[in-house]
Design a protein around this ligand. Structure first.
Ligand code: SAM
Length: 207
């Protein structure tokens, strides 16, 4: 998918739907929070949520005392919605409007979290570009927590085709620079009560 149409798609989503009207809405991003803590994050760990959209993960991270949180998304409207919800607390967050496949990380992070963004990359060149950014943007010994639809999850998300993974296929896609630490399935209940199986997988960047 071309960068411009990808961005137009997501701007349209976040300007026409409320936070609770999208299938991926979670009141509490519990699996992500647990895995971030399990990965050893401490208050001054640099954490980035890639394709964070209007997710409430950032609210919970701030509440739990994490001091160096960044949220990156293609959609400015998504980040605007998250900032409006956080009000004054938004100033504690680094907001980055960028495409994860062209993003130039200004620093390296301890934790790279991605729930349901990587799986939209169905072209190999986009995946290669993302993994190149991930490799540069994650410290050696840092953790990447990547949640995609599982092999038996939906074939589309937000009307777009996705690539589905289990831990082995995701490890193969990321390549030998990433050590598979942990994987778990998670059944997400959409706001309208249907279920979607996600695969959350944690990798450590080899140093
Ligand atoms: C299904 S939503 C998930 C949002 C959030 N991670 C969550 O769990 O609630 C996918 C998000 O990824 C963003 N996105 C899609 N492709 C992207 C890309 N190439 N670079 C950055 N963000 C992207 C979209 O704008 C959208 O906010």
């Amino acid at each position: 998918m071309e960068d411009a149409s990808r961005q137009a798609h997501w701007e349209n989503v976040y300007t026409t739907k409320r936070e609770t009207e999208v299938s991926w809405f979670q009141q509490s991003p519990a699996p992500s929070l647990e895995l971030i803590v399990q990965a050893g994050a401490v208050s001054n760990s640099a954490i980035i949520d890639i394709g964070g959209g209007a997710s409430r993960l950032v609210d919970h991270l701030i509440e739990q005392g994490f001091e160096d949180v960044s949220v990156l998304d293609l959609s400015g409207a998504a980040l605007k919605a998250a900032k409006a919800r956080l009000a004054a607390r938004a100033e504690r967050v680094h907001w980055i409007v960028a495409d994860a496949t062209t993003f130039e990380p200004a620093k390296s992070y301890d934790i790279w979290h991605d729930r349901a963004a990587f799986h939209f990359l169905t072209d190999e060149k986009d995946r290669t570009a993302y993994i190149e950014r991930l490799t540069r943007g994650l410290k050696a010994g840092g953790h990447a927590i990547i949640a995609t639809f599982a092999l038996d999850g939906p074939e589309k998300c937000s009307g777009l085709p996705v690539a589905r993974y289990d831990a082995a296929s995701l490890a193969l896609t990321l390549g030998p620079g990433f050590h598979l630490d942990h994987t778990q399935r998670h059944e997400h209940a959409t706001p309208w009560g249907s279920h979607q199986v996600f695969q959350f997988t944690v990798f450590r960047r080899e140093g």
